[in-house]
Design a protein around this ligand. Structure first.
Ligand SMILES: [Cu+2]
Length: 284
């Protein structure tokens, strides 16, 4: 029966291993080789998701371990050989109340942080800036409605030789979405022709971009850097090749970038681009 005594210690060891491994193998803003768990969090929402996920994992391991121990006890102590005359007990009120009540309590304990997280994600706080992300077949277009009339396309770098040294293959784009650090960014998404989804794992955001409907999400990045995501709704043949790259920079760098962007991608609203024209002039 030595193995039973050691089970809790073994469970703790496995949990510790899993936890440390996910720290080592979690990419920052991008996936990494042999990654376990999530990419490193860069927002409070993702911190919460991470914590909730880890808490659930431990809960699941504890429940599965408990059931396993019960099964082992039944198999060893109550098999036909070691227990030839079985007990004829059929009901035990205390145990029946317990096995109904305890799971209910566990579910309530899970539901409370789950709803808290849901409200945190869905209640957009007062935003410092708004970015509109339009999902197109198959790239993203960004505009900054409160920073002037400019709009630009963000297309994946297809040619391996054109990738900058710090750009991961299949995630690097020509024009990144740029936002300031420690500012609440409201993201408005919409689909141009089919449903896409705007998702950045390190920010803990994923929201559908639906034609004819504007969806809203938000993030507040706490570290500078480049954070990658991908379209997360099957949207056609190049669904896998329309990454999202968000560069988080200082306030100053952001202001400089806005000035440059206004000159580079000035939008002329007097002649609205038709969908067909947009398709033809898309840089792909
Ligand atoms: Cu898509």
């Amino acid at each position: 029966m030595l193995v039973f005594k050691r089970l809790p210690a073994m469970a703790v060891m496995i949990c510790a291993l899993v936890a440390s491994a996910s720290l080592v193998w979690a990419g920052d803003g991008r996936p990494s080789d042999w990654q376990m768990g999530f990419q490193q969090s860069a927002t409070a929402v993702m911190d919460d998701i991470d914590r909730f996920h880890t808490g659930l994992l431990y809960t699941i391991i504890a429940i599965a371990g408990f059931v396993l121990v019960l099964l082992l006890i039944v198999m060893v102590r109550f098999n036909a050989r070691s227990n030839p005359t079985p007990s004829r007990t059929t009901h035990n009120t205390l145990i029946e109340v317990a096995w109904t009540g305890i799971p209910v309590l566990i579910l309530v304990a899970i539901a409370i942080p789950s709803f808290k997280l849901l409200f945190l994600q869905l209640n957009t706080p007062e935003a410092d800036l708004t970015v509109k992300a339009v999902g197109k077949q198959w790239y993203w277009s960004y505009s900054y409605p409160d920073h002037g009339k400019f709009e630009f396309d963000s297309v994946m770098v297809r040619d391996k030789d054109k990738l900058r040294a710090d750009q991961p293959r299949l995630l690097g784009v020509d024009n990144e979405m740029v936002v300031p650090v420690n500012k609440t960014v409201r993201v408005l998404t919409i689909g141009n022709e089919v449903i896409h989804a705007f998702a950045v794992p390190s920010f803990g955001i994923k929201i559908d971009a639906i034609p004819g409907r504007i969806n809203e999400t938000w993030f507040k990045a706490t570290r500078e850097g480049v954070y990658y995501g991908q379209c997360s709704e099957l949207c056609g043949k190049d669904h896998a090749f329309m990454p999202i790259a968000v560069r988080v920079v200082s306030d100053q760098a952001f202001a400089t970038w806005v000035d440059e962007a206004k000159r580079k991608w000035a939008r002329d609203d007097s002649t609205p681009k038709s969908f067909a024209a947009a398709e033809q002039t898309s840089p792909r």
